[in-house]
Design a protein around this ligand. Structure first.
Ligand SMILES: *Cc1c(COP(=O)(O)O)cnc(C)c1O
Length: 473
């Protein structure tokens, strides 16, 4: 008990009622902005917090009712921010899986928006007035762009691989080289997918070398497919040997077994046109004799998250009959965006200007460095004297497993604490930038926060966001 001589602490009994807080001007504004039920709930929570502080002896005075209303409004505003927020990707990785991979072309964004607002002829044949197929909207385009006989679309490439394995290999065997049993991020491991697809994995060769005779020796009555996996996210160098897709097609076909080539990223555009190394195109994989080729929609292709299976018409028909196809299908919004994206490929000359993924990959170091020079001063002003900012050359990467060893010369900023170097301050700065209205995501390397400007196109938006450094996020 308190000694009688000390002033009495305020009692929770004296707290304003929820109704009284609601009746304040700030309370009314909260109701207008967020609705009565959310405002009431937030005020109740704010009052609970004050009550807890009073009981813990942490408050010496009762807050005024409008202060409680403002605290509730703050909480409502924090909560109203979208979780899935736009960010500035200054990591230097163009197709960053954790940041959502490809940015879509304006044409795709418009098509998706139209599809969201309206009924669409998704599974409806406008010529005959009868039921249509949802894949038909992109089927023709995929056939045209890949040279394959037929094509189908699913949720992503992992789904494409799963569906192919399950359709061709259920309770049968799939032959894969030990050098191609890859793990892709997010717990997608080829052996695990095989098991879930109901397929027995038959490993052949060794990690670094697999020969034609390894495959030939493993083919038997129970073989459902031979799988070739484009080991896109790493490379084994030195004493290595892999069997080419063309050779493998001959080996598999001699025993009437289909060859499936999982290209991973795959591309419909020869990256050599941008001065990059050659990444196998889907058309090449088809021409090399694969019976089915699988690849992603949101990697190098630059579209929405989707997965493709292209190849022999009879196998595609079997895949479309698999009941799992229904569980892996794509919705109208993505199909609309995908159709618009694929249409852009009909004009390869203008593709790099219209498709953000290729546009970002095509940016030169000199162009990016020029932007860095323009932005250095406002950035320094925003960060204040605590940090030194240096314009540096850096190296971007494509990401998502495409051409992992391809270094894209780029430019950006290296930001270091001005006084005695301290990793803590660097981490604090990174956290500050992540807390901005449009968070800025860089990477910490060698005692500096690196901001690679390759993927920065909205420079004004970047400066507007930086203006909030030091202020409330
Ligand atoms: C990325 C990748 C996948 C998975 O594709 P998602 O579109 O991410 O599902 C499968 N195989 C390979 C070789 C890949 O690179």
């Amino acid at each position: 008990m308190d000694a009688p001589s000390r002033p009495a602490l305020p009692s929770p009994r004296d707290l304003p009622s929820v109704d009284r807080v609601l009746a304040t001007p700030a309370g009314q504004q909260a109701v207008d902005a967020f609705g009565r039920a959310p405002a009431t709930q937030a005020i109740r929570a704010a009052l609970d917090e004050v009550r807890a502080c009073l009981l813990a002896g942490k408050l010496v005075a009762l807050p005024a009712p409008d202060h409680v209303a403002l605290a509730a409004t703050d909480a409502l505003e924090r909560d109203a921010r979208t979780r899935l927020r736009p960010v500035f990707n200054l990591t230097g990785t163009v197709l960053h899986t954790n940041l959502g991979r490809a940015l879509l072309a304006e044409e795709a964004v418009e098509a998706a928006t139209r599809a969201m607002r309206s009924a669409v002829a998704l599974e409806y044949d406008l010529a005959t007035g009868t039921r249509g197929e949802r894949d038909d909207h992109v089927r023709e385009l995929l056939i045209e762009l890949t040279g394959a006989e037929d094509a189908t679309v699913v949720n992503n490439n992992a789904a494409a691989v799963l569906l192919v394995l399950n359709t061709l290999g259920l309770r049968r065997e799939a032959i894969v080289s030990r050098g191609e049993l890859i793990e892709i991020g997010g717990a997608f491991r080829m052996p695990d997918i095989m098991a879930r697809a109901g397929v027995r994995l038959v490993e052949v060769g060794t990690t670094n070398r697999t020969h034609p005779k390894d495959y030939a020796g493993a083919l038997n009555e129970a073989t459902g497919l031979v799988l070739k996996v484009h080991t896109s996210n790493y490379r084994i160098e030195g004493f290595t040997k892999e069997v080419s897709a063309r050779e493998l097609a001959d080996i598999a076909h001699a025993k009437d077994v289909p060859l499936v080539n999982d290209l991973g990223s795959g591309t419909l555009f020869d990256l050599a046109r941008l001065g990059l190394a050659h990444e196998p195109t889907v058309r090449e994989a088809v021409a090399e004799g694969a019976d089915l080729v699988t690849f992603s929609g949101d990697k190098l292709l630059g579209g929405p998250q989707t997965g493709f299976i292209v190849g022999r018409a009879d196998l595609i028909a079997a895949i479309n009959r698999n009941p799992m196809k229904r569980a892996l299908r794509v919705d109208k919004i993505r199909l609309a965006a995908l159709e618009a994206t694929l249409r852009l490929y009909r004009d390869p000359d203008r593709l790099a200007a219209r498709l953000p993924t290729l546009r970002l990959l095509a940016r030169t170091r000199a162009d990016i460095a020029a932007r860095a020079h323009e932005l250095a001063e406002p950035l320094a002003a925003a960060l204040g004297e605590d940090f030194d900012i240096e314009i540096v050359d850096c190296v971007s990467q494509i990401g998502s497993g495409a051409l992992p060893l391809e270094a894209l010369p780029s430019a950006g900023f290296a930001i270091r604490p001005a006084a005695e170097a301290s990793g803590g301050r660097l981490n604090a700065l990174a956290a500050t930038l992540r807390a901005l209205p449009v968070p800025v995501i860089g990477r910490i390397a060698e005692g500096a926060l690196i901001l690679d400007l390759r993927c920065l196109e909205d420079e004004q938006g970047f400066l507007d966001s930086l203006a909030h450094v030091g202020g409330p996020g």
